[in-house]
Design a protein around this ligand. Structure first.
Ligand code: SF4
Ligand code: SF4
Length: 415
């Protein structure tokens, strides 16, 4: 069985069944759930999803295909968990439910995980080709055809990734001279590595400016992709590699600049509940991890216009981090946003797999941004950057999105 079976919850280690049984069906979480607010459907709510998982574990599930869809449309944002007084870990339970319903990960996820995890050079080569095609305008031309033949996910991927970098982050960082006695270590998440190298470069620049010399871990994927798309065994192997590699470089803080990745790195101990030695190593590793969103307390310069913040789900709900208020206030006139803790609908591949629901959630998010009058939105996850960039360009042009590291690394000449 490709499931964890036991979870590390806010209340301690629990079996999946005990964790889901904590749900008293009070419904207090419903208004924290973007998919429930977008659809009004009980089976698109945390309470509904928890009941489906419980029925599944009790062998009473009547309609597996409806349950599959209900669980597939969860953003895994964790908004419900922050609202739940009983600390029910709904996102982890949804993943356990998905794995039970589909014990074998989907083929596309297996391919992608294998490429990113074990053949990063091949993956980088293929992505370079795709970006070259995009720069030449071929992918945009193919979008209507992709939609027509039902591959709207690929068309959405192209529409969301508006940048096509010529060099990946690891290609920029490998050749640099790094310190032999670093004050920090940089873990490059896949987002900054392959989609937004400028974010990773900003993180390194801001860290050097504030904390002195550091080093690049030259790491592989953290395993989140494998974990979320049905393969915790593969995620565990990736975690072992990341932990072993980080152990070689002393005990300095490990900074990651995508909140989804940072939250997953901090959750490594959950992968090793049945392996005490590895659990201890994972706990030591997790204690060193810092999200860029918790590292920088001031912007390098003021940004354009009033500024607001989209709290990345995996910073706010996955790591319980507050919004970086000091950084935001130093960046410009700070205008708090309604529902700033709600997911924007990006959520990894969610916007590609469920484009219509994702778009409904995005429209609500952009309306909230617009209501602040902000000209800059600061956030800390690659998914948020992609999703908000796409949404702002469509519904609120004139407002731009920045990663916290970019705000921290701004030079005084950018006003
Ligand atoms: S997940 Fe928590 S808040 Fe939501 S219905 Fe269950 S107990 Fe209530
Ligand atoms: S994780 Fe997010 S989308 Fe899923 S049930 Fe909870 S609040 Fe809703």
């Amino acid at each position: 069985m490709n499931t964890l079976g036991r979870l590390l919850t806010d209340l301690g280690e629990r079996s999946t069944y005990d964790a889901v049984s904590q749900c008293s069906r009070c419904g207090y979480c419903e208004q924290s759930c973007p998919t429930y607010k977008a659809t009004g459907r009980e089976d698109r709510s945390p309470r509904g999803r928890n009941q489906l998982v419980r029925l599944m574990l009790e062998g009473k599930l009547k309609d597996p295909s409806a349950a599959r869809e209900a669980l597939a449309t969860c953003l895994l944002c964790g908004g419900c968990q922050s609202a739940c007084y009983a600390h029910v870990p709904t996102a982890d339970l949804v993943l356990e439910g998905r794995r039970r319903l589909s014990p074998r990960p989907p083929l596309a996820a297996r391919w992608l995980t294998a490429l990113v995890g074990t053949r990063p050079r091949v993956f980088a080569f293929l992505l370079h080709l795709a970006y070259a095609a995009k720069r030449a305008g071929f992918s945009r031309a193919a979008a209507p055809l992709l939609r027509f033949v039902g591959l709207s996910g690929l068309a959405e991927a192209d529409a969301h990734a508006r940048e096509a970098p010529k060099r990946f982050l690891f290609e920029e960082l490998r050749g640099r001279a790094w310190s032999a006695s670093p004050a920090w270590a940089y873990f490059a998440p896949c987002g900054p590595n392959y989609v937004y190298p400028r974010v990773g470069l900003a993180t390194v620049k801001a860290l050097e400016k504030r904390r002195g010399p550091g080093k690049f871990l030259d790491n592989g994927c953290c395993g989140l992709l494998a974990y979320n798309y049905g393969d915790p065994a593969e995620a565990r192997e990736m975690a072992r590699r990341a932990v072993a590699q980080a152990e070689k470089g002393g005990d300095v803080p490990i900074v990651a600049d995508c909140s989804s990745c940072a939250a997953f790195l901090k959750s490594y101990p959950q992968l090793f509940l049945a392996e005490p030695d590895w659990r201890r190593r994972a706990e030591r590793f997790a204690a060193r991890v810092r999200d860029a969103a918790e590292v920088f307390d001031a912007a390098g310069a003021r940004v354009a216009g009033p500024v607001t913040c989209q709290n990345s789900c995996r910073a706010r709900h996955g790591q319980n981090l507050p919004a970086p208020k000091a950084l935001l206030e130093s960046a410009g006139e700070f205008r708090p946003m309604a529902e700033a803790d709600d997911c924007c609908g990006g959520a990894g591949a969610f916007s590609l797999l469920h484009p219509e629901l994702s778009e409904d959630i995005l429209k609500r998010k952009v309306a909230n941004i617009k209501a602040t009058g902000a000209k800059t939105v600061v956030t800390s996850s690659t998914s948020c950057l992609l999703q908000l960039d796409a949404g702002l360009s469509k519904y609120y042009p004139g407002c731009t999105v920045l990663h916290v590291s970019e705000a921290a690394a701004l030079d005084g000449d950018r006003q």
